[in-house]
Every structure is written in C-alpha cells, then in structure tokens.
Write a protein of this length. Structure first.
Length: 335
C-alpha cells in the first residue's frame, strides 16, 4: 500500500487516480486545510475503488505513526504542505514551520517503521531566477521566496538522509506549473480562498465568479512582457509520480527529476487559450509585479524522459479545456 500525504489535494487526488488505475492500493493522510473529503470520494467514483482517508496533520507524530501501524505501507508520496509563493512571502514563519516539520516528522516515522522508499513533491521554485532556460537538474539552486526555500531545505534534508543511510531510496520531483483537471470533470483545483495560481483564477473569472484577472507585471523581458511558465497538465504530472514509484525499485540512493513540458507559455498566451476553451473574452488588468516572481521558467525534462520513460502528452489548450469542464460542472468547487 502507498501512503499519499496531502492526497486529498489537487495533485494528490489526481495521482491517486493514476495509481489506483494501475493496480496500486493507496491510503490518504490529509489535514483538509486546503483540500476536501469530497475529492477523495470522487477519486473513488472515478476508479471504483475504496480509498482510506485519515484526517490528520503530518506534523503530528502520533497521527503519522498510527497510519504506519494500521496500514501495510510500502512507500510514501509526500505532497502535504503549504504552497502559495505570495503567501509565503507575507507568512514566512508559518511556511517554514509547517513544511519542514511535516517532512521531518514523516521521515522519522518512516524510519521507525522501516519504510524507506519516498517520492518527495518538490518544485521548480528551487531554481529561483535561472541564468538560462530550459532548466536542467544540475542548474544552480537559488530560491527567491520562502516557499521555494522550504522545498530546497527539504531536498537538503533528504540528501543528507540518504548519505547517512544508503538503504533509503528517495526521488525528488521538481514540478513546474500544474494546470488543468481530470477529463471527467469530477476532480480539479479548488482553492479555499481567492486563488493564488493563474489557472484557477482565470477559471473563476471566466465563470463570472471574479470580476477580472490580475496580471502581475507586463514589463518582464519576455515576448509579450508577461511571465513565462511551463504549464504541465495535472494528469501528466500524476503519471510522473507513477513512473517515479516504478523506478524506485531499480534505484539506489537519491535521484532528482524535473517534471515539465519543456515549453514556456506566457500569461497572456494562457489567457488566449482559455478564451478558446470557454468561448468568450476574459477581462484582465495589468498590475505591478508580485514579490518573489521571476520572468521565465521552463523545464528541460530530458532526464525524466530517458530514465523514467515519462513525458508530457497534453497541451496547454487541453489543460484549459479540462479546467473549464471542471469549473463549469463545479462552480463552487467541491462545496
């Protein structure tokens, strides 16, 4: 059985679907701070399989140890954590305390239970403002915000762990920008408050739930002045976790993989794709740059293509169509 911490969240729920469809059994541990029980129920509906859900926090050692005592856990995918760049700038202590405590508590509980196979949800934010793009795994790591720092420190903790204990097998997956939703329209991204990420914000504007999209800066050194990112369909990202888990059996120590498309898309290009998906214009207003943001960031996914046998298969246009299907069918999200 696989433990998915944060498995009721956006990426975790989609990964659960892909794992279950490939014959794995999963148990979810989630504190539901930015996720929903309903997401787990819908994973069960999509797959026709039961998913045990433990409501609890990864920073609570007693809760985590109980999960290992009650379930035959063979490997862990650690998604759980706070993840908004802008919020991390204004609440750094909250981010450091939560994200690092969760990882340390989980790793200690895994070690005590003799479970030493781990896939860690990292982020392309560890690269900071890159000197060159596309970004490959050996690129310099220089974060520009506290959220990225928690991921970088998490990676360092796990590097030191594998150096001290060679029986651990750990994969760090550096995500670029997850977007879209499951093609069924049953699960998708459902932030609790005003969205911090581009696609759920565009979705809310397209649906008339928010008046306009805030575009943070149009004076970057990019073709249209807006930020360029590597937007990766969440189903492709989920399948990357399946590939990483399959690879763990042949792996020694720690490996790092980028998960991205290898192509950059600007904010305004993303808006145009979404307008095609929803069939009407999306109002937007250009404002000042956001603290912690950078101009351009997209992946060199070649290592994952070669070693994991994984590659992104969906386009940004498909991600927009799936996100709009999710938004249209669930105007209030899981509520």
């Amino acid at each position: 059985m696989l433990l998915l911490t944060g498995g009721a969240g956006y990426i975790g729920s989609h990964t659960a679907v892909e794992l279950l469809d490939r014959g794995h059994r999963v148990v979810v541990l989630d504190n539901l701070v930015n996720s929903s029980v309903e997401a787990v129920r819908r994973v069960e509906k999509i797959t026709g399989q039961q998913v045990p859900l433990v409501v609890g926090d990864c920073t609570d050692r007693e809760v985590v140890e109980r999960v290992f005592a009650e379930h035959d856990i063979e490997a862990v995918v650690h998604f759980a954590g706070l993840k908004a760049v802008g919020e991390s700038v204004s609440q750094p202590l909250r981010y450091y305390r939560n994200n690092l405590d969760a990882l340390l508590t989980l790793a200690e509980a895994m070690d005590a239970a003799g479970v030493r196979d781990l896939v860690f949800s990292s982020s392309a934010t560890v690269y900071g403002d890159p000197e060159t793009v596309p970004i490959a795994e050996p690129s310099a790591l220089r974060v520009t915000n506290p959220y990225g720092a928690t991921k970088l420190f998490g990676e360092r903790i796990l590097e030191d762990l594998t150096a001290a204990s060679p029986d651990w097998r750990i994969t760090l997956l550096r995500y670029f920008n997850p977007v879209g939703a499951h093609p069924s329209g049953l699960i998708g991204e459902d932030p609790n408050d005003i969205p911090n990420n581009l696609f759920p914000y565009i979705s809310k504007v397209a649906a008339g739930r928010l008046p306009e999209l805030n575009v943070f800066g149009d004076d970057y050194d990019t073709p249209d002045g807006t930020g360029v990112r590597d937007y990766l369909h969440v189903v492709d990202l989920a399948r990357g976790h399946v590939a990483a888990l399959d690879h763990l059996g042949d792996q020694e120590g720690l490996e790092v993989f980028n998960l991205g498309t290898g192509t950059g898309t600007s904010v305004l290009e993303a808006v145009r794709h979404f307008e095609e998906a929803c069939g009407h214009p999306i109002p937007y207003r250009v404002g000042p740059r956001r603290d912690g943001d950078i101009a351009t960031c997209f992946a060199d996914p070649g290592k994952a293509n070669r070693q994991l046998g994984w590659r992104a298969e969906h386009t940004v246009a498909q991600a927009c169509a799936d996100a709009w299907r999710w938004q249209s069918a669930n105007p209030d999200g899981y509520a």
